[in-house]
Design a protein around this ligand. Structure first.
Ligand SMILES: *Cc1c(COP(=O)(O)O)cnc(C)c1O
Length: 356
């Protein structure tokens, strides 16, 4: 029998957030994948539907309209952009372009579950640095974990699944202390949800440090998770490498059109993000009033650090009609969704004692 390369067998499985189980008489809510609960804006859906009429044609491989729109929005030249099928794909592309066997990739843990998958798939070695008790990156420990073999550091801000975001000052300090032949990826999937003093200004970091790579996505704030489109902002040579290793014609015409239309409808979409942030605040207030605590959420999700009680908590949430995302033995991530879902979760918390 032909065998895959040994590291392929080591790739951990991706556990997707499950859809809710039906509960008779109960409206159910999917809070397990950090999706945007709002349906597409009619203008975006109309543009995407129109693009579908050309599905017999390959998409624009150069993503011209999308790069032009992003270039205007971000005030960076188009040669510093690389689009792909979600920002997850850009992580794969980056590792394919810059890492091989024996190379190390430093990242926080628990963090985004795609990291160890992509690192292992690239044949590289992941170096996991535990987050602090309040779910934050331990940047001092991450800096200390960088060795001669390190090619990439992944920073996830806000951190999925624990919630807190890095400040600009601490991130800039970290980048300044890392060798300039190490790529520092700033995964900003939840950028638009951040409401804190001194938030990371990724473009400013990139101006000062060409080894910084910003990863952004249309999946969360812009509500296009099902269409698969994200992008990197980087130095031109890094963006060029990311485009070189990408699968040809990856980002569909529908996704490109919907992304461009979303940028044109940004005011309405960001108003929805504001509403979700308001819902996040309401959820945190309810959690606190019920006597529970969560790390400071800066994305569209909250984290319950529950250890072995994670599976039970998720089962009780399912009984309340809420699909959440348990991480066995660690905790439960709950996305911010519909107001009724917030109320349901808070009611559930009010009925049970918080973990000691
Ligand atoms: C959701 C998410 C992404 C983006 O996913 P795509 O849908 O592939 O764009 C990237 N990083 C983190 C940390 C995420 O949570």
């Amino acid at each position: 029998m032909v065998q895959p390369l040994p590291h392929v067998r080591e790739i951990p499985p991706y556990v997707p957030g499950r859809p809710p189980e039906a509960r008779p008489g109960l409206t159910t809510y999917k809070l397990s994948s950090n999706e945007n609960p709002y349906p597409p804006l009619p203008g975006v859906l109309g543009t995407a539907t129109q693009a579908a009429e050309a599905m017999n044609r390959y998409p624009d491989m150069g993503c011209t309209a999308l790069y032009d729109a992003l270039s205007t929005k971000l005030d960076v030249s188009t040669d510093r952009l690389a689009a792909a099928t979600g920002s997850v794909a850009l992580i794969y592309h980056l590792l394919a372009a810059y890492c091989g066997p024996g190379d190390e990739v430093v990242h926080a843990w628990r963090s985004f579950e795609a990291y160890p998958i992509a690192i292992t798939a690239a044949g590289a070695t992941g170096v996991q640095v535990p987050v602090t008790a309040d779910g934050r990156h331990d940047l001092a420990a991450m800096a200390a974990a960088v060795t001669e073999r390190t090619r990439v550091v992944l920073l996830c801000t806000p951190n999925n699944p624990t919630g807190p975001a890095l400040s600009h000052a601490e991130t800039a300090g970290f980048v300044a202390g890392v060798r300039d032949d190490v790529l520092v990826v700033v995964d900003e999937a939840y950028l638009e949800f951040v409401r804190m003093a001194d938030p990371v200004d990724g473009l400013a970091l990139l101006r000062d440090h060409p080894n910084v790579v910003l990863l952004r996505t249309f999946s969360k704030a812009y509500g296009l998770a099902g269409l698969r489109v994200g992008y990197a902002v980087a130095a031109a040579d890094v963006a060029s490498a990311l485009r070189a290793v990408a699968l040809p014609f990856g980002v569909s015409s529908i996704a490109q059109a919907a992304a461009v239309a979303s940028l044109a409808h940004e005011v309405e979409l960001l108003a929805r993000v504001d509403a979700l942030v308001g819902e996040r605040d309401r959820l945190v207030a309810g959690i606190t009033a019920a006597g529970w605590t969560v790390p400071e959420p800066q994305g569209n999700f909250v984290w319950f650090d529950l250890g072995d009680a994670a599976a039970d908590f998720a089962a009780r949430a399912a009984d309340a009609g809420l699909a959440v995302r348990p991480f066995a033995g660690e905790g439960v991530r709950v996305s911010v969704g519909e107001p009724e879902a917030t109320d349901r979760l808070v009611e559930m918390l009010e009925k049970e004692p918080p973990p000691a």
